[in-house]
Design a protein around this ligand. Structure first.
Ligand SMILES: NC(=O)c1ccc[n+]([C@@H]2O[C@H](COP(=O)([O-])OP(=O)(O)OC[C@H]3O[C@@H](n4cnc5c(N)ncnc54)[C@H](O)[C@@H]3O)[C@@H](O)[C@H]2O)c1
Length: 251
């Protein structure tokens, strides 16, 4: 019960990957979780399942992180229901692999809005409550794409993820006096059933082949890193990026 009595607001937490796995891990450790996602019905369903499975209070809400009003509503609803927000887990991010010459303005804007601007909206919205509490843990999911050159059409996504890491370092400096930490987790390839809808098969093969550790990374591997950052044990770590990559990226 490492997160007993904590309130965790999670974005993009109703899918098949890291977001839902982290919501479940935090609930298992005693946190009340607010499951938000751009898909309202799925958010409500997942929130209900988590509540029944782990006997914690949950809330399921629509929140498209590209929509400032949605973000503000989700934060208000969380404060209305629970009175505080201890943990913000910024999971929302999207990729539409395209070579630079083929990226349309719309695709560029979508990737940046979801991955970078959405993270900013969520951080900005929760900080006043965290300052009042004199406590907060902000954890954002980035990617090793934000560090390295990659073929395969990741330039917009990589730029957005690098932006989240840079943003987080400055944010961490600003909020540290209020005992708020801000960190990022950079996974390499983490498979889930939806991945084949995003990446072609040869790109999936290539991403697997880069991993020296002899098993595939799972959403739970990222959830465990998030649990550390959210728990008491993670208190003195801020402005950092935890790379969870099975050794495919080392720095
Ligand atoms: N899967 C990987 O290999 C991998 C690797 C590195 C980084 N990441 C990052 O991890 C995060 C989670 O990815 P995942 O693949 O584990 O999937 P996930 O299941 O955790 O997230 C998918 C969910 O995101 C939601 N979503 C998409 N756009 C949204 C928006 N604008 N507002 C709110 N919700 C939105 C979808 O509805 C879906 O339910 C993303 O930020 C991704 O970029 C993933």
């Amino acid at each position: 019960m490492r997160l007993k009595d904590k309130i965790a607001l999670m974005t993009a937490a109703a899918g098949a990957g890291i977001g839902q796995a982290t919501a479940r891990t935090m609930a298992r450790e005693g946190a009340s979780v607010v499951v938000t996602d751009m898909h309202e019905e799925r958010a409500k369903t997942v929130a209900g399942e988590i509540s029944r499975e782990y006997s914690v209070r949950t809330l399921g809400l629509k929140c498209d992180v590209t929509d400032r009003a949605d973000v503000d509503r989700a934060v208000e609803a969380t404060l209305g229901a629970f009175g505080r927000i201890d943990i913000l887990f910024n999971n929302a991010g999207t990729n539409r692999p395209e070579r630079v010459v083929d990226i349309t303005d719309e695709v560029w804007d979508l990737v940046l809005a979801t991955t970078l601007t959405g993270t900013f909206y969520c951080c900005r919205a929760v900080i006043p409550a965290m300052v009042r509490q004199n406590f907060g843990r902000i954890i954002s999911v980035t990617s090793v794409a934000g560090f390295r050159g990659l073929a395969g059409g990741h330039a917009h996504y990589a730029a957005a993820k690098a932006g989240v890491m840079a943003f987080t370092r400055c944010l961490a400096m600003e909020v540290a006096p209020h005992r708020i930490t801000a960190n990022t987790i950079a996974p390499s390839f983490i498979f889930n059933e939806f991945i084949p809808h995003i990446y072609p098969e040869d790109e999936i093969e290539r991403m697997f082949e880069e991993i020296p550790y002899p098993r595939k990374g799972t959403p739970e591997d990222i959830a465990n890193a998030a649990l550390f950052l959210a728990s008491d044990e993670g208190e003195y770590m801020t402005g950092q990026t935890l790379c969870v990559t099975g050794g495919s990226w080392m720095r």
